[in-house]
Design a protein around this ligand. Structure first.
Ligand SMILES: Nc1ncnc2c1ncn2[C@@H]1O[C@H](COP(=O)(O)OP(=O)(O)OP(=O)(O)O)[C@@H](O)[C@H]1O
Length: 345
């Protein structure tokens, strides 16, 4: 394992008596893209602000390349930052917004202009460099903000919900653009988001947080397929929590959970039976809500199951409301938690 580039060690933060962060430890590799993911109020922004030096930790330290930066002011930490609200100067053009931060850096006018043009080209906005923020769309303004964050050749990039204010289509496009910019520049990046899809699609590793603590750190596949707690399983994607019951067939003894797309259904089979209570069309797939009957009802009681089936499969099975279906839980897709972790609905 390569040595951590950016290291967050035992960071705690309290505001008066309120604990915003508790024992945060994260080792981030050079060029890595990390997403801090969690519900509102879990401490993501506070952690990002501590990394930026905008907030002081109550305890713990931050190192970059082995150097302790915990007591350095923000101006002495070499990072670029992008906020949800773009935060561009409204009275400066796109190019001037970028040039502003370069002015204290002992560069010639030509060097500044070259750097500005280069950064604006990276986000494909060179042709709009003379526009003022008000003359740019939300997505374009955020690209200017990104260019402004990277024009200073920072050691790392901090992004605080940079896509939240944008509409769905622009958001998806900018996701790709941020990732390709990050790859091209090879810049260590930490992004705060509460959007699980954003984290899954963009991050090398996701840090899942809740209530001031880290719940799990792992690749998108790890946190999705091997969640270590019901919280992580539930926060990332949809999941069926199925309460305790006696062992039957291939269902495990302990409490278990299974994602809707991993439950298999067929029109007739020897497995458990359920009735389609509700069918929701979601474009490429249907989300079915199933009511267990007979043996499955003995096992699960009245808990409903969410199951995703491709539109093609649904048509093949001629699925409709009140249809009886056979349900299978592939063993390798069943997630079990230790009893302490289990929350029952
Ligand atoms: N300066 C402050 N003084 C007191 N409490 C604060 C301060 N800053 C943050 N908090 C509290 O710390 C907790 C974590 O806040 P933070 O902004 O880090 O959460 P977050 O996970 O980024 O949430 P969101 O997604 O809503 O921005 C919240 O309960 C917040 O009210």
């Amino acid at each position: 394992m390569p040595e951590a580039y950016l290291s967050i060690q035992g960071v705690n933060k309290t505001f008066d008596s309120f604990t915003a962060l508790r024992e945060i430890n994260i080792d981030i590799k050079k060029n890595e893209f990390i997403c801090l993911l969690g519900p509102s109020g879990c401490g993501k922004t506070t952690l990002l602000r501590i990394i930026a030096g905008l907030e002081k930790p109550t305890r713990g330290r931050i190192t970059v390349g082995g150097k302790d930066i915990t007591d350095l002011p923000p101006s002495k930490r070499n990072f670029g930052m992008v906020f949800q609200s773009y935060a561009l100067f409204p009275n400066l053009t796109a190019a001037q917004n970028l040039a502003y931060g370069l002015q204290g850096r002992k560069l010639t006018k030509k060097e500044i202009s070259d750097k500005v043009n280069e950064a604006l080209s990276l986000v494909d906005l060179l042709h709009l460099k003379e526009r003022y923020p008000a003359q740019l769309s939300g997505g374009q303004q955020q690209r200017v903000a990104l260019a402004r964050a990277v024009v200073l050749s920072p050691d790392f990039l901090l992004l605080d919900e940079p896509l939240s204010a944008l509409d769905a289509k622009v958001r998806t496009k900018l996701r790709e653009e941020i990732c390709s910019l990050q790859e091209k520049l090879g810049i260590t990046t930490i992004m705060v988001t509460h959007d699980q899809e954003e984290a899954l699609t963009m991050a090398d590793r996701i840090v899942v947080m809740n209530n001031a603590e880290i719940m799990q750190v792992g690749s998108p596949q790890q946190v999705y397929d091997q969640p270590e707690s019901p919280f992580v399983a539930d926060f990332i994607g949809s999941i069926n929590f199925l309460a305790y019951g006696p062992r039957k067939g291939n269902l495990p003894l302990t409490n278990f959970a299974v994602r809707p797309e991993h439950i298999r259904i067929s029109s007739s089979g020897s497995g458990y039976q359920a009735v389609v209570k509700h069918m929701e069309f979601r474009g490429p797939f249907y989300r079915l809500i199933l009511q267990p009957i007979r043996e499955l009802k003995d096992l699960l009681g009245n808990q409903l199951l969410s199951v995703d089936v491709s539109a093609q499969h649904a048509h093949k099975l001629n699925l409709m409301k009140f249809a009886e279906v056979s349900v299978e839980f592939p063993q390798d897709r069943v997630i079990t938690f230790t009893p302490d972790d289990v929350v029952t609905a």
